[in-house]
Design a protein around this ligand. Structure first.
Ligand SMILES: NC(=O)c1ccc[n+]([C@@H]2O[C@H](COP(=O)([O-])OP(=O)(O)OC[C@H]3O[C@@H](n4cnc5c(N)ncnc54)[C@H](OP(=O)(O)O)[C@@H]3O)[C@@H](O)[C@H]2O)c1
Length: 411
């Protein structure tokens, strides 16, 4: 039976390098899938309130423990704090509800799912709450990430979570977190695949001792299930000649090569599969070694292509603060963020006059959002009761063009 090696977290706990992701695992099959995954050798399960299947996942775990396949302490159960529970007084109650859903009394790892605070939804009204509050509107909470993180630290100190982490954080958010954290997060979970390598962020985490877990390791594949146009437009990584040729050289599948590319670089993976053969195959991804040149070749497929971007859930409502462009932002140099990483600002693809082409909104996590439509910006301002202010001069790493749906580096 293949098993996963473990990685030592910065608090001394061991986390399996290969786990099983529970997003889009059907409720009807989830308990059996988890049970079979444990039988196959999986020990880490990556769940979340938002996946809506924690009760069933817990049933699979309970059956496996009852049948003697595994002991609770041999499992590494992960869950996530959903956006609607960021207010500090909501964190512990929802964590306890999630524990009750799983039928356990601690999580091995509990993660802030997104650095986005949404208005509270009572679980008796709607659970999981999802992104939209009512009438397809995104409603935000005023909770800061600092407030939420301190509440996570309380869970950690009380032992409800043996480790804590964050997800979908940028490097700048991590640097900010360092200023207020009593305990650094043990892990960062991010979208990571050969089209979105994020080497700077990986390097930063390495220097800080924060372990990285990759999600959506197969790139566009997962988002085809959501009928996402961006995923349909991207060539499948499974069909990419570079990946295919390396796979055939090692007698492995392209999926295994993609997972090995991550694990060999110390990045944990949590592939999801509803298919028993593929589920088994995905666990067997540490038994062969890619050559350094092969790893480099796969990494060179990077395009800065992100599929999971909650900001494009709704360009109709700018989450939070909107600000007026001032002279500092009268022009911006735009280039794909992948170019910025590899070549710096020299790879200029577009220069725009923000004053005439766009209006600017500053998002809570230091993103600048550009809207070509004044009406949309004014709508967002009304939604949040915010008045126009000068553009904040902080460390915005990128610009999101709401209409074009593209992200650019800004300097
Ligand atoms: N923190 C976050 O914001 C966040 C966001 C997204 C995901 N996640 C976590 O990360 C986990 C994994 O990410 P993901 O679900 O987006 O995608 P993924 O694991 O990269 O891809 C899943 C897709 O690949 C297919 N697949 C799985 N194994 C395969 C194989 N060996 N060969 C060919 N196809 C294969 C699956 O189909 P079949 O099921 O038919 O095999 C499914 O279509 C999630 O389940 C979730 O736990 C976290």
């Amino acid at each position: 039976m293949p098993t996963s090696p473990t990685v030592k977290l910065n608090n001394g706990k061991q986390m399996p390098l290969v786990g099983f992701g529970l997003w889009k695992v059907d409720n009807a099959t989830c308990a059996d899938t988890v049970y079979n995954a444990i039988k196959t050798g999986y020990r880490l399960f990556d769940g979340a309130c938002d996946y809506g299947n924690e009760v069933e996942a817990g049933q699979g775990v309970a059956r496996a423990i009852k049948d003697g396949l595994v002991k609770r302490e041999e499992l590494f159960l992960v869950s996530k704090l959903w956006n609607s529970f960021h207010d500090k007084e909501r964190v512990k109650p929802i964590c306890k509800k999630q524990l009750a859903d799983w039928g356990i009394d601690y999580f091995d790892l509990y993660i802030i799912h997104f650095p986005i605070a949404l208005k509270y939804v009572d679980p008796s009204v709607r659970y999981p709450p999802g992104f939209f509050y009512e009438d397809n509107k995104v409603e935000l909470s005023k909770a800061t990430l600092q407030e939420t993180y301190h509440a996570m630290e309380e869970l950690y100190e009380e032992g409800l979570a043996k480790s804590i982490g964050v997800s979908n954080y940028t490097g700048t958010l991590l640097l900010d977190l360092e200023r207020y954290a009593k305990h650094l997060p043990q892990t960062l979970q991010i979208e990571h695949h050969p089209y979105l390598v994020q080497q700077d962020l990986l390097d930063l985490c390495k220097r800080r001792g924060i372990s990285v877990t990759a999600y959506s390791s197969f790139g566009p594949q997962s988002f085809l299930e959501l009928d996402m146009q961006k995923a349909k437009d991207a060539p499948l990584l499974f069909d990419h000649e570079t990946v295919k040729s390396i796979a055939s050289k090692h007698g492995k599948t392209p999926a295994q090569v993609l997972l090995r590319w991550a694990t060999q670089r110390g990045v944990a993976v949590i592939p999801k599969s509803n298919n028993p053969d593929r589920l088994a195959q995905n666990l067997d991804v540490c038994s062969f070694e890619l050559a350094e040149e092969e790893i480099a070749k796969i990494s060179s497929l990077d395009q800065g292509l992100r599929f999971n971007n909650p900001l494009n859930v709704s360009s109709l409502v700018l989450p939070l603060l909107a600000c007026e462009a001032d002279d500092d932002y009268s022009t911006a140099c735009l280039s794909p963020s992948s170019h910025r990483r590899s070549g710096g600002p020299s790879v200029l693809v577009e220069r725009v006059d923000i004053r005439s082409d766009f209006t600017v909104g500053l998002l809570p996590h230091c993103w600048v959002m550009l809207h070509r439509s004044e009406a949309r910006r004014d709508h967002a301002l009304r939604m949040h009761g915010t008045t126009l202010k000068a553009v904040h001069r902080c460390c915005q790493p990128c610009i999101y063009d709401a209409r074009g749906g593209r992200t650019y580096g800004l300097w």
